[in-house]
Design a protein around this ligand. Structure first.
Ligand code: SAJ
Length: 410
């Protein structure tokens, strides 16, 4: 397993717990050091348990160096570059390593989300250039995308249906044999490009749905209507399922994957691109609203609740909170961010009381469950002006009114 991140580590652990001898490889020395001492570097329910089980039974070992293997799985990050193209350098490095060890009849699986065509035109082509081995003739080549939800990775790894693409039938079937050792749901086989596009389509579907919701938010504001009521009632229709508006779409998948669909085509003016722009603009919309709420105050202090990209997880990658802070930093506002579960946040985080002391406005950006336990009386006592702006429909209006807050909702 090349890459021991959010996908590689749980997948490697599952394989090791289901009969395979697994070598987990990562370029990050800290990660290897931690894992070698039986310590997991990622916060995710059940992950520590499945890794330790594999580690203690010596079915998994970790290293910076690759070795000869029957199967090579690439699960490295494929982030977005500034020009909205896929950064595939980690995949390229993995191919360089695999090329040193690959032998005839091995299986190479790309799991990293990539633009359609990558498995054949990058992985297959480079291995051929490096070794002379032709995919489908000398070795097997497959694309097996993950579709697990952060916060539920281990559960979904086992229980979600999977799609596997192969350069030929034998490759797809061989990959299915590997994954079926731990996947309890169905596994469907197809060709490489279809599997690559399916992965991107799933996340893009969600991005477009959220963009629709965010656009409706702006429209309902023009009408003076509560968007949450509109969506609640519309979703009572048996064939309507509109997602929630919010301060923007974060994480390392949904804001990125739609661009991968567009990477190798020249089509202009797509719904996909427009949706991306709507969602990307939400932090600006939220920052503008914040500025309007605090407009007349002097020496303003604002408490932002939530730094991660979504509720109940610590992951702060592509968090809308970062984009909102960037916007607000253009003004003279004393900003405090409170998030007791956020990891590696770009800006300084404050304790609860320090964030609220003399604040003019509390902005709820992420609906962490633990925020529900905060005493509203304490919040009211600490704040200078009792204003709450709720971007997630998180608070109960009647309770806030009793506590004397001015309540603004997205
Ligand atoms: N969001 C909204 N409104 C909503 C739902 C989400 O604004 O109604 C925002 C969240 O706050 C967050 C962002 O969207 O900032 C993304 O969150 P998410 O829960 O929709 O998705 P991820 O990125 O945590 O995981 C997605 C999942 N894809 C789908 O549900 C189609 C997951 O199954 C994928 O495996 C994962 O991307 C991935 O790795 O590709």
């Amino acid at each position: 397993m090349i890459g021991l991140g959010y996908i590689g580590l749980p997948t490697a652990s599952m394989l090791a717990n289901n009969g395979y001898d697994v070598l987990g490889v990562d370029v990050n020395e800290e990660v290897i050091k931690k894992l070698s001492s039986g310590d997991v570097h990622i916060e995710e329910p059940d992950l520590e348990g499945i890794f330790l089980n594999a580690f203690n039974s010596k079915k998994i070992k970790v290293s910076k160096e690759l070795e000869k293997s029957d199967v090579f799985i690439i699960a490295v990050p494929t982030p977005l570059r500034d020009d909205n193209k896929a950064e595939l350098k980690n995949v390229v490095s993995a191919i360089v390593e695999i090329s040193k060890y690959i032998e005839k009849n091995n299986l190479v699986i790309l799991e990293s989300t990539s633009p359609p065509g990558t498995t054949e035109n990058l992985v297959g082509k480079m291995i051929c250039e490096n070794t002379g081995y032709v995919a489908g003739r000398d070795y097997m080549l497959a694309f097996c995308p993950e579709r697990v939800l952060p916060g539920k990775i281990v559960y979904e790894l086992i229980n979600n249906k999977r799609i596997i693409g192969g350069i030929n039938k034998v490759s797809a079937e061989r990959a299915r044999d590997i994954y079926s050792s731990f996947v309890r749901s169905e596994i469907f086989l197809t060709d490489l490009k279809t599997a690559e596009l399916v992965k991107l389509v799933e996340n893009t579907y969600r991005d477009i749905n959220i963009a629709f919701s965010n656009e409706l938010t702006l429209i309902s504001q023009d009408y003076g209507i509560d968007i949450w009521e509109v969506i609640k009632f519309a979703n009572m229709h048996p064939r309507v399922n509109i997602l929630n508006p919010g301060p923007g779409v974060g994480g390392h998948c949904i804001p990125i994957d739609p661009w991968f669909i567009l990477e190798n085509i020249s089509r202009k003016d797509t719904l996909i691109e427009k949706s991306r722009k709507i969602n990307n603009n939400m932090p600006v919309v939220i920052a503008d609203k914040i500025k309007r709420i605090i407009g007349s105050y002097k020496d303003t202090k604002v408490a932002l609740f939530g730094a991660s990209y979504k509720e109940d997880i610590g992951d702060t990658r592509e968090s809308p909170t970062v984009a909102i802070i960037k916007e607000l930093k253009k003004e003279k506002i004393d900003l405090r961010v409170y998030d007791p579960i956020a990891d590696n946040f770009k800006y300084e985080l404050s304790e609860l009381e320090a964030s609220l002391k003399d604040a003019d406005l509390l902005v709820l950006l992420v609906g962490h469950r633990l925020f529900k336990n905060i005493d509203l009386g304490l919040i009211a006592d600490l704040m200078r002006h009792k204003n709450i702006f709720d971007t997630r429909n998180f608070f109960d209006l009647s309770v806030l009114q009793i506590a004397g807050f001015n309540y603004y909702k997205i």
